[in-house]
Design a binder for this molecule. Structure first.
Ligand code: SF4
Length: 403
């Protein structure tokens, strides 16, 4: 899972390094274990480090560049012919691929297999992007006035630098961007299978992905949770930031007050993606400190976006109880995760997924919750406007991807 971005200035007087850096910071919710940029200024130079994008020292310049924030080391990949960033899974020899991209981008892309979004910057200064025909990984097209073209995983990468989002790249569509021209070509017929997890927790609240406003989808999920599991409670709290709109939707539908149940005491760390167990536990405290005044002596509905191993939630519930919550009922804004993701999203093996291994009452007991409920598969389908979805990690039934 990754956030990728490519920026090309239409005039070589520009130095896009700062634009690239801040765009990348805007994408670090998609992965922060490692990050990198490659910039073109006569030649391509790269800067890659195992740090979150905000800690990446970008001391190189150029009028075009690529950025990567994610979990896979070594991106951008720089070959003799181009630099490349990829979100997803691609099966191709990248050296050979980048050579062909320069001479014949269409046939190069058609030879690549997998489920991916890709942005390449050739040494002669062209940006080439492609979103595979399933659209499993998002990709958006935008710009900065008449000065720059931008392609990125999510429009937030454009908005944070004052740029404009024009539209999403269609599944199966290739974008070719040079200093003089932007052209597009539909290389394969779309066979849409948008990743459901993007809506539930991967994309930012303020983003637009897969034909939907993420915020609206999440509020709707909260309303549907209220229909599926109306609880008698004193307060509703959502785990920031992802689950806040779920909590808002739930609270409005049942007229239960929404409280700000948590405050941050450090930089936001996506604990589910944390690389070691210690960071996962410490990350919970860094990320969230419960607010006593919001939960003391109350029957609390706690809403989170997903549950993987349950470790994070267990710690959160224990903190709420320490602060005097009378009851803690857990609602999860996604269906149960029961199977891994073969397309690059960090959903672990089945044996690590608590919902794949224990019954609901057992999970509630392990977590120390009074009750627990997951959004149903039907509920998720109702919340989403598109019917062309991948729900593989929830159903064990995966879309067909070119192998
Ligand atoms: S398997 Fe799950 S995480 Fe992977 S693409 Fe499908 S919905 Fe997304």
């Amino acid at each position: 899972m990754a956030g990728i971005v490519g920026i090309l200035a239409f005039d070589q007087v520009w130095n896009v390094s700062k634009f690239l850096y801040y765009s990348l910071v805007g994408l670090q919710h998609r992965g922060y274990a490692t990050s990198g940029v490659a910039l073109l200024d006569g030649k391509i130079r790269e800067k890659i480090n195992d740090v979150p994008p905000e800690d990446l020292e970008v001391d190189i310049g150029g009028w075009a560049g690529l950025g990567y924030a994610g979990t896979r080391r070594g991106y951008p990949v720089v070959t003799d012919d181009a630099a490349l960033v990829i979100d997803g899974v691609i099966k191709v020899d990248l050296n050979e691929f980048s050579k062909r991209l320069v001479t014949d981008p269409e046939s190069a892309i058609l030879s690549a297999k997998g489920a991916f979004s890709l942005i390449a910057l050739t040494r002669d200064g062209n940006l080439i992007a492609y979103r595979d025909e399933t659209g499993l990984r998002p990709l958006a097209l935008g710009g900065f006035g008449f000065d720059m073209g931008i392609i990125a995983s999510e429009p937030v990468a454009m908005w944070v630098i004052g740029g404009e989002f024009r539209r999403e790249v269609k599944p199966g569509e290739m974008i070719l961007m040079s200093r003089l021209n932007v052209s597009t070509k539909q290389l394969r017929e779309p066979r849409k299978a948008y990743c459901s997890i993007e809506y539930v927790y991967q994309a930012r609240i303020d983003s637009y992905v897969n034909e939907s406003e993420v915020y609206q989808v999440r509020v709707r999920i909260g309303e549907l949770l209220a229909e599926e599991r109306p609880l008698e409670a004193d307060v509703v709290i959502g785990v920031p930031d992802t689950a806040l709109p779920f909590a808002l939707g739930y609270s409005r539908r049942l007229n239960i007050p929404l409280e700000l149940g948590f405050t941050r005491t450090g930089s936001p760390i996506r604990t589910m993606l944390a690389s070691d167990d210690f960071l996962k536990i410490v990350g919970v405290q860094l990320k969230l400190n419960p607010v006593r005044g919001a939960v003391h002596s109350k029957r609390v509905v706690l809403i989170d976006d997903s549950m993987v191993t349950g470790t994070t939630l267990k710690n959160t519930i224990a903190s709420l109880r320490r602060l005097g919550a009378k009851e803690v009922h857990v609602l999860i804004g996604s269906p149960k995760l029961v199977s891994p993701c073969p397309y690059g999203v960090e959903v672990p093996e089945e044996k690590e997924l608590i919902a794949a291994n224990l019954r609901e009452e057992e999970i509630a007991k392990v977590l120390g919750a009074d009750s627990i409920h997951w959004l149903s598969l039907e509920g998720l389908r109702r919340a989403l406007t598109s019917s062309s979805l991948c729900m593989g990690c929830m159903t064990r039934s995966y879309p067909k991807v070119i192998q």
